[in-house]
Design a binder for this molecule. Structure first.
Ligand SMILES: [Fe+2]
Ligand SMILES: [Fe+2]
Length: 225
């Protein structure tokens, strides 16, 4: 079993291991806004299920250390740039293309029914709408302008990589605000099943985005920066 270092800051832990985001969200641990706390401090303050969380985290680290590509178990960093691009497209870009419109429709529905009693939904709607628009053009830049070059190991796109990394930062900030506005995706008492589904989809969206940006920034783009 992989050892989970609880003495690093919680901010560092998700940068190095974005797979922890889902676990922190499941246990209601604030990983984004209290980023300077150690994992130990954050977990002990935000949940009383400390031991369960640590076991789940160790399991997640173990599973994430290897990915299955063409029936072989490999580390993400061992993949060729072409394999990494293919993985990003099939795992993360196709997820966004499928889910962004679904979440957007659900968001509009929940706003219509609950906006009057939950004013924060107007802000969440606006924030998500902007993020969706930004991500749609971001994916085009990657798929049309950058990835074909990286597949060929062409490193002539440094300024485009910087631009895309800046866009990742903007998206990361929006994900933090989304987490705050929804109070860590905590449902109000009068939530209906659409509200519930929207928050579940938000959680999957946030954790997928962390893995996506991690794979690009820290593994793929780093090779060409
Ligand atoms: Fe991407
Ligand atoms: Fe990206």
């Amino acid at each position: 079993m992989k050892k989970f270092n609880i003495n690093q800051t919680i901010g560092e832990s998700v940068t190095v291991h974005p797979e922890l985001v889902k676990i922190y969200m499941d246990y209601g641990v604030d990983f984004c806004c209290g980023g300077d706390r150690t994992v130990k401090e954050a977990v002990e303050k935000d949940t009383d299920k400390v031991e369960e969380l640590i076991l789940d985290a160790e399991k997640a680290l173990e599973e994430a250390s290897m990915v299955s590509v063409e029936s072989k178990n490999l580390k993400l960093s061992d993949l060729s740039s072409e394999q990494l691009v293919n993985r990003i497209l099939s795992k993360h870009h196709s997820y966004l293309k499928k889910e962004l419109p679904v979440i957007s429709n659900l968001m509009s529905k929940v706003l219509m029914v609950h906006g009057e009693n939950h004013e924060e939904l107007f802000e969440i709607h606006k924030l998500f709408g902007q993020l969706k628009t930004d991500l749609e053009s971001h994916l085009v830049k990657e798929e049309v302008m950058l990835f074909p070059k990286l597949k060929e190991n062409d490193s002539s796109s440094k300024s485009l990589i910087i631009e895309l990394e800046d866009e990742h930062d903007v998206a990361g900030d929006a994900l933090h605000i989304l987490t705050e506005l929804t109070d860590h995706f905590t449902l109000p008492e009068d939530a209906c099943s659409s509200y519930e589904m929207l928050y579940e989809k938000f959680k999957t969206f946030v954790s997928d985005m962390y893995m996506h940006v991690h794979t690009e920034n820290n593994i793929l783009f780093k090779r060409f920066a």
